[in-house]
Design a protein around this ligand. Structure first.
Ligand code: PLP
Ligand code: COI
Length: 361
């Protein structure tokens, strides 16, 4: 595999310091983008080439570009944090790079070398470092690497040209209410992914397919949809953009990776962080019946969602066709908040990085 170097072509008109500071004061999520982006091309027979760090701006695509029709696209999400000494580090970028390769494989796309993925993220963060929010809060710089099929033509087959891009966006809380518990609609008819499908790949089609269910959940007064397995409509899988954890006193349990849910890096990290804090953690299949029954009999004490964008978000209320129930009195649970604090402390450099997860630039 070729590993291209990334040539620097800096923006001649970046935002002024005052404009950037105004955005960083209230970044929201995914609303503002930094001054630059990285692009790398792949062409059949040539491999990866033309790595560039260029001014952020529109991509020009022929209307017959393959991705616009058949959705051969994958993406990632990871964050860069400002540490107490002012330096910047990203959280487990190698894990995102490996998942990006797995998604590429599933979508019939070329695999970007791990070191090129990490170097592309580093190059962008280095160039736009002023966009990494100050240490102290939870704000970060969210990186969005993605790859699209750029071959022009309407033939349905893996394309012979691709474009890899990394953009960056300063990020505050994913949910406008901060750590306020979210409400969940547990859908027993709409499914997100099927066995043998693409549920474990981070590809745009999974998100497109979730939007109607999300709108239906909103109409029922819920913030998010929880998907059940597509065969028995019984086993809890995940939310549209987050994994789930169930807290049983001193034990946290997350649904087993069956192939139709995304292997979240936050999910994986929490299996370890929980053990570090003296809790037990395990992967297991959890049914919607068990979720309801164990909440009602008091053994299931808290539920939370987790992901890069959402960090750890408590679940306060569950609604489903079978009725509704409150989770931990509708308040953020104690274990949820301890795990949240411990994970963020590692990510923001307040706590020691004992697992070698932080990647310094
Ligand atoms: N599940 C889905 C469908 C997601 O989109 C995400 C977000 O990336 C996650 C789970 C959580 O994954 P991670 O913790 O790697 O961000
Ligand atoms: C992330 O957490 O990085 C995601 O991709 C989730 C997305 C719904 C914002």
């Amino acid at each position: 595999m070729t590993t291209p170097t990334i040539e620097l072509k800096p923006s001649s008109s970046p935002l002024s310091d005052a404009e950037r500071e105004a955005i960083l004061a209230n970044p929201g999520f995914g609303r503002h983008f930094t001054d630059h982006m990285v692009t790398i091309r792949w062409t059949e027979g040539r491999g990866w080439h033309d790595g560039q760090l260029v001014p952020y701006g529109p991509l020009s695509l022929d209307p017959a570009t393959n991705v616009l029709h058949y959705a051969q696209e994958i993406f990632e999400g990871l964050k860069a944090y400002r540490r107490p000494d002012g330096s910047v580090a990203t959280f487990r970028p190698d894990a995102n790079a490996r998942r990006f390769q797995a998604s590429a494989h599933r979508l019939g796309m070329p695999e970007l070398p791990v070191e090129t993925f990490v170097e592309a993220c580093d190059a962008l963060v280095r160039q736009d470092e002023a966009w990494v929010p100050a240490h102290g809060g939870e704000d970060s710089l969210y990186l969005r690497p993605f790859m699209i099929a750029t071959e022009v033509g309407l033939g349905v087959r893996p394309a012979n040209e691709y474009l890899f891009v990394v953009i960056a966006s300063p990020a505050g809380p994913y949910f406008a209410g901060g750590v306020k518990p979210v409400s969940i609609w547990a859908s027993e008819d709409r499914v997100r992914a099927v066995p043998g499908g693409v549920g474990d790949a981070k590809t745009g089609g999974n998100y497109a397919a979730s939007l109607l269910a999300q709108a239906e959940a909103a109409a029922k007064g819920c913030d998010q949809v929880c998907y059940l397995d597509a065969v028995e409509h019984k086993w809890v899988e995940e939310l549209g953009g987050m994994n789930l954890y169930f807290v049983y006193g001193d034990k946290i349990v997350t649904p087993t990776l069956t192939g139709s849910l995304l292997a979240g890096i936050t999910r994986d990290s929490l299996l370890q962080v929980a053990r570090d804090l003296g809790y037990e953690s395990e992967e297991a299949r959890v049914s919607i019946d068990q979720w309801q029954a164990d909440t009602e009999n008091g053994t299931l004490t808290e539920v939370f969602a987790c992901g890069t964008a959402a960090v750890i978000t408590p679940v306060g209320l569950v609604k489903s066709a079978r009725g509704e129930w409150q989770q931990s009195g509708g308040e953020p649970g104690e274990v949820t908040m301890k795990l949240r604090e411990a994970l963020l402390a590692i990510q923001t450099g307040k706590a020691e990085d004992t697992h070698g997860w932080m990647h310094e630039l």
